[in-house]
Write a protein that binds this ligand. Structure first.
Ligand code: AMP
Ligand code: MG
Length: 400
């Protein structure tokens, strides 16, 4: 038996450098991983500018009390620069975002001045009011997005505001995916008595795509030695990572294990977890190999625990594991010590606290429990039965 944590550490230790970078237009970079720190090529904003529509003045002309009349010498729209310089007793009408004219350091909002024909009457105001200073958002040379960040719309917008139109991101990991088993049928085709429709290739495809991988779908491979062997060899040639489900337990008809043993350096693990347990990990050729259990919840959970961090590491992400939270258990939960258990839970905020209950039956084949739930309740290895009201660790399904 190997613990979840040791298994994760051993797997991640096998991965060296992340995948190579590639250059993409910003418009295609959403959800990709930045390969190098992104530093600002200039200050943002590039010059001091007005934060309001109003009148720019020099602070020497601000009356300490009472009012003063200033001559309005011009009108400056956003996108233009005032060529002259403000003298004593002068003001310039200025629009939001327009660069401050020489000689001015303060802006009166238009609604606080009395407008005459060529002049304005102003009262006291703080020196420097309503001016956005050059570099107050970002300083030239400052790293604004770190290597390994996943690009969200706001990162893309920030890079665009800094004049970038293309960006260097990591290549997406290519993941070959196949289901094994004579009992597994393709959805959309007739099913013989005793067969079940493939679920795993669909949950796993979605999960691979959600974590930024590119799926190479190799379909369902029957329990026939030569077919299986050829499929796995093809998969390893085409992909960075090969993922299979089914056939890694100890059933008589589980050829997968035999074929894998012939093909490469594969370890067969019994992981101290529920659901999950049988799990194969290793290499076929230059590809990393993961043999997930056949039961739908077990295969998805094993993917999330062991394959997702690998795809993240290959893609050069900084963060490999999702955030967890604490919540109050609304019901007692049975728990065996010595293994980590992952119950499917429903997490909700009620009466000022996060509360969680389970989705009902927790069998490793009950995929509807993943549909009913919105989180895993993670019960740590050393823990025993949970009483209602105890605090438990939860991991939301939608965690980034
Ligand atoms: P195995 O690990 O091959 O012994 O499979 C364990 C259980 O998972 C069996 O009940 C299989 O029928 C089921 N199973 C295997 N592969 C799939 C699949 N792709 N989709 C849904 N269930 C599967
Ligand atoms: Mg099987």
């Amino acid at each position: 038996m190997i613990s979840v944590r040791d298994g994760q550490a051993q797997i991640l230790a096998r991965i060296g450098a992340p995948l190579a970078p590639e250059l993409l237009p910003l418009t295609r970079a959403l959800a990709r991983v930045l390969s190098d720190d992104f530093a600002a090529p200039f200050d943002v904003p590039p010059a001091d500018n007005s934060a309001v529509d109003g009148y720019a003045v020099g602070s020497a002309d601000i009356p300490a009390r009472g009012t003063r009349d200033l001559v309005v010498i011009g009108d400056l729209a956003a996108g233009f620069v005032f060529e002259g310089k403000l003298g004593a007793g002068q003001a310039l009408r200025i629009m939001t975002g327009a660069p401050m004219p020489a000689g001015a350091d303060t802006v009166y909002p238009q609604e606080v001045v009395q407008r005459g024909s060529d002049s304005i009457r102003v009262g006291p105001i703080d020196k420097g009011a309503n001016v956005r200073l050059a570099g107050e958002d970002v300083r030239m040379g400052e790293v604004v997005i770190e290597a390994g960040s996943v690009l969200r719309p706001q990162e893309i917008g920030l890079m665009a505001s800094l004049g970038a139109w293309q960006v260097s991101v990591r290549r997406r990991p290519r993941v070959a995916l196949l289901s094994t088993g004579d009992e597994v049928a393709e959805p959309g085709t007739p099913r013989r008595p005793g067969q079940i429709y493939d679920a795993n290739r669909f949950t796993l495809r979605g999960s691979i795509e959600q974590c930024g991988g590119e799926v190479i779908d190799l379909g369902i491979v029957p329990d026939v030695r030569d077919t299986l062997r050829a499929s796995l060899e093809d998969a390893a040639r085409a992909a960075d990572v090969v993922v299979t489900s089914g056939g890694v337990s100890v059933g008589v008809y589980d050829l997968v294990k035999d074929v894998l043993q012939e093909l490469g350096a594969i370890d067969f693990w019994q992981v101290a977890m529920q659901p999950g347990r049988p799990f194969a990990v290793g290499r076929i050729g230059s590809a990393l190999f993961f043999g997930l259990p056949g039961n739908p919840v077990a295969s998805l959970l094993s993917f999330l625990l062991f394959v997702r961090p690998v795809l993240y590491k290959l893609a050069g992400r900084r963060r490999l594991f999702p955030e967890t939270w604490q919540a109050r258990a609304l019901e007692p939960m049975r728990k065996k010590t010595g293994r980590t258990e992952y119950k499917r839970g429903i997490l909700a905020f009620r009466d000022g606290d996060w509360e969680v209950c389970t989705t009902g039956p927790q069998g490793s084949g009950i995929l509807s429990s993943m549909v009913a739930g919105n989180c895993f309740v993670v019960l740590e290895e050393a823990r025993g039965d949970v009483k209602a009201g105890e605090r438990v660790t939860v991991e939301p399904f939608e965690a980034p």
